[in-house]
Structure formats: structure tokens, C-alpha cells
Design a protein around this ligand. Structure first.
Ligand SMILES: [Zn+2]
Length: 240
């Protein structure tokens, strides 16, 4: 984990957790259909409510594999055979392929083991007017018992980012993958552009079980598929 362990502002969804039976916020309500009224407008709506399709076709999604090149990612306490950068890249490429198959235009921040500055990653989101920026990482912690996935948005995230983050948390829950909920932090790649953005920690490489699973291609495929489900759910609910 390259990120400093900062005080984390836990959002309401975190307080109840994505695995907790007392969870209150499982879904955001569907987007409201604005009522248009003006003296000249007809009484009945001019257009039927938009019904989002369950598709990412036509969307622009930046897929960001964390770290790379001289920056391996998660450090010395890792129990992983593979460095974080390699795990991130494999999951990112799987996510990208699945999204492309569904008709999305995928922009990768990297497709090989190269170092990319954080500013350049964020700039790609802006330049491509991304409908969603998805950064993929694996986490570490001094306590080896800490495990599970974790979803982050920027501290002052837009409503779109919050919605996307909650869709990700729900996707992990529905896939039966442990998730530590929706969190917020001051990450560069979430902060330095204006596009909707989430960062996903796909498990703890300092936890033996998580590390073992993330070292298998089959589990990385499962994680990738779950991330894609969350993305599809987000666009099907809220459009682009
Ligand atoms: Zn990382």
C-alpha cells in the first residue's frame, strides 16, 4: 500500500458495514426524475422517464492499475509471492477486457510494468472526459489479521462517485467477497480531476489468506468480474 494510513472518515454505509446484519444503507434510491414545470410547459411530461439500460456501451472508463515499474506497491510485510503492481495490472486488464466486451471505451493508465506519475493518471481521466475512473490496488496493514476488500472515494467526492462506490460495495457483498465498506480519503488519483472516481483495494497482501487468493489468476478474475458488475450496476442505475 502506497497510501499513508490517514484518519479515515467513515461514511454512513461503513458504520453498518457491507457484511453486517444491521446494515441500513444497502442501496441508494434510484435517481429522481425531475419534474419540469413552467407556464408554457404541458401538464404531462413531454418525455417519458429515462429507463437506464443494463449496459456500459458507449461509456468511457479509465482503468488504473496502481503502481508499476520502480514502484512495486505494498511493502515488506507482504505475504504475497507477486508484487502488488503485478496483481493490480492483471486485475485491471481483466476488468478492461470485460468492459470492452460490453461496449465501453476503456482507457488504461498502463498496460505493462511501467511507472506512471499520479498526475498523469489523473490527467487521463480529465482528458478523456471519463464517465468513471477506477483505480485498482491491493492493501497492506501492520496487523496480519486484517483482510477483505475496501472501496474508497475522495473526501469531498461528488454524488456520482458516492453512488459508484456504493455500487462497488454492493457488488462485493452480492459476490460473497468480504468487503470493509465505503471509505473516503485524500488520494491523488481521486482528487486531481473532476470525473467520477473510485479506488478499490482488492484485499490485504499482509493477510495470508487474501495474499494466497490474489496470487491465483482465478481469484483475480473473480475480483475483476465483481468490479465490472459494480460498474454495470452503477451505469444501469444512474446512466453516464
Ligand atoms: Zn497500492
Amino acid at each position: 500500500m502506497m497510501w499513508r494510513f490517514l484518519t479515515i472518515l467513515m461514511l454512513p454505509a461503513v458504520l453498518v458495514g457491507c457484511n453486517g446484519s444491521k446494515r441500513v444503507i444497502t442501496r441508494l434510491p434510484p435517481p429522481a426524475v425531475p419534474m419540469v414545470s413552467s407556464p408554457k410547459a404541458p401538464v404531462t411530461p413531454a418525455q417519458p422517464p429515462k429507463v437506464p439500460s443494463r449496459s456500459v456501451s458507449g461509456t468511457v472508463i479509465v482503468v488504473d492499475a496502481g503502481h508499476g515499474g520502480k514502484d512495486p506497491g505494498a511493502g515488506e510485510r507482504t505475504k504475497s509471492r507477486l508484487p502488488e503492481k503485478t496483481i493490480n495490472l492483471d486485475i485491471a486488464r481483466k476488468v478492461g477486457r470485460m468492459l470492452s466486451d460490453r461496449g465501453a471505451r476503456v482507457v488504461y493508465t498502463r498496460t505493462s510494468d511501467v511507472f506512471i506519475e499520479l498526475a498523469d493518471r489523473a490527467a487521463l481521466a480529465e482528458r478523456n472526459r471519463a464517465d468513471l475512473f477506477v483505480s485498482i490496488h491491493a492493501d497492506s496493514h501492520h496487523n496480519p489479521d486484517i483482510s477483505g476488500t475496501k472501496v474508497f472515494i475522495y473526501e469531498r467526492a461528488s454524488m456520482q462517485s458516492r453512488r459508484a462506490g456504493l455500487c462497488m460495495v454492493d457488488a462485493f457483498k452480492e459476490a460473497g467477497i468480504a468487503c470493509r465498506g465505503l471509505n473516503s480519503d485524500n488520494f491523488h488519483v481521486l482528487r486531481e480531476h473532476s470525473r467520477p472516481a473510485v479506488l478499490i483495494e482488492c484485499g490485504y497482501l499482509t493477510n495470508g489468506r487474501d495474499a494466497g487468493m490474489l496470487n491465483t489468476s482465478s481469484y483475480r478474475s473473480r475480483i475483476a468480474g465483481t468490479i465490472v458488475e459494480g460498474i454495470v450496476d452503477y451505469f444501469s442505475r444512474y446512466g453516464s
